[in-house]
Structure formats: structure tokens, C-alpha cells
Design a protein around this ligand. Structure first.
Ligand code: ADP
Ligand code: MG
Length: 485
């Protein structure tokens, strides 16, 4: 049995569908030439179209449409060669036109699929219902003046993709995996930067609960959740609330809710009764959007290798576990770093170094792999020094730490600090003899049958040699001296 919430009447299944808003990477807005950079001075990136001056006409930005098509192709979705823009009418201070240009009945992208991977190693295909493009609204600022609200229209008119899933998700874990995978695909495609802190990716989370085998029950929508962790927490909180409602003999009413991460609860924002009637109608200022099939095929041909394909290739080409491959392909920059290290070398070793020491270091320093203190070339060179016997595996850890600290390459560090592996049998045998002479009681215990003592003796010899002894030669010399009495 999968994820359930226990109620007085037994287990409840959770049903989830996500509507993700992803900001399109594009220098200009969806229908104007104004810039889109994050963090600009308020109202410094606003054209007359974005401010809805009378008589201004929208002109569709070809690059934004290409980004939506690329995304659709990356989601293995149907691309609709004819789509249409509609006006979605509502009043809000940060929406000067009184309507948002969106796509309602005829979206640019139809059904697609996202494969998610779960902690137990299983995978599931989650249906994507559609993707449509629309304008973002402006932003009201309520904390700048004691009695007034300000409006920043920089975001007004920026292109968004709304990506709607089927109600196929069944647990917070699956929903979290879905958002992470979608984000990964968008970043590979270069169609959205996926930056949830800056609001480039945000999710509306639809949740209902039911008894196994029943049809779907009424859902509630939790609006504008802006991190993977909050998506998962909001689902748990909302599903638990709905179970309590049903268990009390009451009825869940369809409504829009907000998640309060501090309290770990959702609360009502507006109910279905005051739901908007948007009065969608085709925007008379815009012709239907007609794409040429050949243009779509050009975009398809230019797509990069995406995470699923790369993961499969990493497993086949490098013999990685599905888990390691999944971790390494999640970010394009990580996958490229790994390949630069692994190419022509022991791939399993490369994977261990990247997911182990390198990730730990980046995490500690709060850096991304793009600003890694150790380049892929330097890490690869260090693995070469291990492979050709210049240094041993233990000393490699020290060399790595020294590379992080000093920014120097592995050859310089090995030479300057005298870290070359010692293979001289005379020096090794002398160290062994010294350790045995200093530990007569341990030697006697070992010879009396306590084999565990062996590891201690190896450790002492290595210590005597400052970690630089060749492990195979140290073992051979030690065994030889222990056996001859
Ligand atoms: P609307 O047009 O009212 O927004 P949609 O059919 O577009 O409704 O669904 C919006 C989102 O809600 C989709 O992601 C869908 O998967 C999800 N959804 C629909 N029904 C349910 C349900 N019973 N439980 C959970 N999610 C649902
Ligand atoms: Mg909807």
C-alpha cells in the first residue's frame, strides 16, 4: 500500500494535480520589447503595452513561443500548430489592462508526460494535461508607505508557461519528485531558470482525498507555493484537514486556500461562490498563433540531451547505479562536470568523488558546481595520479582538501608537500620492522590467533610512513615479517 492518511474509518488515499507557473527565459516580454531582468529598479522595465496605455497593440515575441515549444517537446507533448490567445478578465490593481492575455480553449501544447523517480528506486509516469503561455501580472508593494500601496509593473507582461498535470500524483513525495524533475527538465532546456526563491517557478497544488477505488472527490487548490518542501508540507496539511472534514460527516467544499508554512496549515482564501467569472474570449488584437511544422522540427532537432536520456546513458556507458546516475544528471552542470572527470577514467571512482567529497565541499561552502574550487580537470588529474601510483588513495583525500584550500593543481601539491607514494621496499620494510619492534605484545596477540590485530598494525605502519606507503607493498612486507619468526 502506498501513501495513505489514517482516519477513524480507515486509510484515505491522496490525489494531487499540480499547476506550475514557470517564467520563460527571454530577454523581452511576451508582447512587448521591455526587458525582463530580475531585481531591476521598480517600473524601469515597462513599455506602454505592459502599462496598458490606450491604443497600444501587443506583438507576440517569437522567442517566447519557441521556448514554450521547446518545453512541450521536452515533455514529449503534443505541439498544437494552431493555438489562440484569450483575454482572462478580472480587476486587480497590479493588472492595468483589466485582463490577462492567456490561452484557454486552445493551448500551444497538449498532452505530455514526466517520469518521476522515487526513493525506493521505482519510477512513475505522470501525465501532463497541457502547457499554455500567458502574461504575468505586476506586483503590489504594501510595505513601502504607511497608508499607500505601490505598484511595480516590471513583471507585467513577462511570459509565463503554465504547466498543468493530470491528477496522477498520490503522495507528497511524488509531488516533490514531480516538481524537481520538471525543474530539472526546464533548466536543461534553458526555458526557465527554475529559481523558486525569485518566483520563477511556483506551484498551485490541487488536493483531494478518497477511499481506495472511489471516484475523485472534491478538491481544494492551494495557491502559489514557492518551494518543493512547502509543496510537500502543504499537501500533507491539506489532505489531513480534508480527512478530518470527511470523518466528521461534513463535506469538503471546493475553494482556493493558502499555505502558512509557519503554522503548517492551509487556510481559506476564497470559496467557489466568489470565484471569478473570467469571461474568456479570443483577444481581438491578436491573430491565432500558427506554427510551421518545419520550424517545430528544427526546434526538436536542436534540443539538448535531457535528464532521462542522460541517466540511461550514464548507467549504460559508465556502469553507474540508477541512484548515482539520477543524482549526477539532476543538474546539467553537475552532469557535465562528472563526464569531464569520468571520460577515459574509472567512472565509479569519478562518481564517488563528485557525489562524496566534492558535493560535501560545495555544500559546506554554499557554492554551486559552476563555482567549484576544484575544476573537473584538476579532479581528473588527481585521479590519474592515483591510477598511475604517484599517490595512494588515502593521500588523495589530503590532496583534494589542499586543492580546495589553495586552489593549486594536484601535481604542484604533491611535489611541494612531498606526498608521493613510497614504493621503495627498503623504506617500507624498515617502517614495518620499527612498528613490530615497538609493539611486541600486539605481535604476540596476532601470532596467538587474534587476527583483528592485523588492521591495527597496518595502521601503525601507514602512520609511521605519514600515510604515503603503497598499501599493497606495506601489506606484503608486514605479512612476510609476521610469518617469519
Ligand atoms: P480548472 O479548469 O477548474 O482549473 P482543471 O481540470 O484544469 O480545473 O484542473 C486543475 C488541476 O486540478 C489539474 O492539475 C488537475 O490535475 C487537478 N485536479 C482535478 N481534479 C482533481 C481532484 N479531484 N483531486 C486533485 N486534483 C485534481
Ligand atoms: Mg486550471
Amino acid at each position: 500500500m502506498g501513501y495513505v492518511i489514517e482516519g477513524g474509518t480507515g486509510p484515505w488515499e491522496v490525489v494531487i494535480g499540480l499547476e506550475v507557473h514557470a517564467q520563460v527565459i527571454s530577454r523581452a516580454k511576451l508582447f512587448s520589447g521591455a526587458a525582463t531582468a530580475f531585481g531591476a529598479e521598480p517600473n524601469s522595465q515597462v513599455s506602454f503595452v505592459d502599462a496598458a496605455f490606450p491604443g497600444m497593440l501587443p506583438v507576440v515575441n517569437r522567442e517566447c513561443i519557441a521556448q514554450a515549444v521547446r518545453t512541450g517537446l521536452g515533455l514529449r507533448a503534443q505541439i498544437n500548430l494552431v493555438s489562440r490567445f484569450d483575454r482572462k478578465n478580472y480587476f486587480y490593481a497590479d493588472l492595468p489592462a483589466g485582463y490577462q492575455i492567456s490561452q484557454y480553449a486552445h493551448p500551444i501544447v497538449g498532452a505530455g508526460v514526466i517520469e518521476i523517480e522515487l526513493a525506493d528506486g521505482s519510477t512513475r509516469s505522470i501525465g501532463v494535461t497541457r502547457l499554455h503561455v500567458e502574461q504575468d501580472a505586476g506586483k503590489s508593494l504594501h510595505d513601502q508607505h504607511p497608508t499607500k500601496s505601490y505598484i511595480d509593473l516590471n513583471r507585467s507582461g513577462v511570459a509565463l508557461m503554465e504547466i498543468v498535470s493530470e491528477p496522477d500524483l498520490r503522495s507528497p513525495e511524488e509531488a516533490g519528485a514531480y516538481v524537481r524533475k520538471l525543474r530539472s527538465i526546464l533548466r536543461y532546456l534553458g526555458t526557465c531558470d527554475g529559481n523558486m526563491e525569485e518566483g520563477s517557478l511556483r506551484a498551485d497544488v490541487n488536493v483531494s482525498v478518497r477511499k481506495a477505488g472511489e471516484p475523485y472527490r472534491t478538491r481544494c487548490e492551494v495557491k502559489n507555493v514557492n518551494s518543493v518542501r512547502f509543496v510537500m508540507q502543504a499537501i500533507e496539511a491539506e489532505a489531513t484537514r480534508q480527512v478530518a472534514v470527511w470523518e466528521a460527516g461534513e463535506t469538503v467544499v471546493q475553494e482556493t486556500r493558502l499555505f502558512d508554512p509557519v503554522r503548517g496549515q492551509t487556510r481559506s482564501m476564497r470559496s467557489k461562490e466568489d470565484a471569478h467569472d473570467y469571461r474568456y474570449f479570443p483577444d481581438p488584437d491578436l491573430l491565432p498563433l500558427v506554427l510551421e511544422a518545419a520550424w517545430v522540427e528544427d526546434l526538436r532537432a536542436a534540443l539538448p540531451e535531457l535528464p532521462d536520456a542522460r541517466r540511461t546513458r550514464f548507467i549504460a556507458a559508465y556502469g553507474l547505479s540508477a541512484y548515482d546516475a539520477g543524482v549526477l544528471v539532476a543538474e546539467r552542470a553537475t552532469a557535465e562536470y562528472f563526464e569531464a572527470v569520468a571520460r577515459g577514467r574509472d567512472a565509479k571512482q569519478a562518481a564517488n568523488w563528485v557525489t562524496g567529497d566534492l558535493f560535501a565541499t560545495l555544500h559546506r561552502m554554499g557554492r554551486g558546481i559552476e563555482d567549484s574550487p576544484v575544476s573537473a580537470a584538476a579532479l581528473g588529474r588527481m585521479l590519474d595520479l592515483v591510477a598511475d601510483g604517484t599517490i595512494n588513495g588515502r593521500i588523495a583525500k589530503d590532496v583534494f582538501d589542499a586543492m580546495v584550500e589553495s586552489g593549486e593543481g594536484p601535481d604542484a601539491i604533491v611535489e611541494q608537500r612531498g606526498l608521493r607514494q613510497v614504493t621503495d621496499s627498503g623504506a617500507i620494510d624498515a617502517a614495518v620492522a620499527k612498528v613490530l619492534a615497538a609493539n611486541p605484545d600486539k605481535v604476540a596477540e596476532y601470532r596467538g590467533g587474534k587476527e583483528k590485530i592485523y588492521g591495527f598494525l597496518v595502521g601503525q605502519v601507514m602512520r609511521e610512513m605519514k600515510g604515503k606507503g603503497n598499501p599493497a607493498l606495506v601489506n606484503a612486507a608486514l605479512k612476510q615479517r609476521l610469518e617469519k619468526r
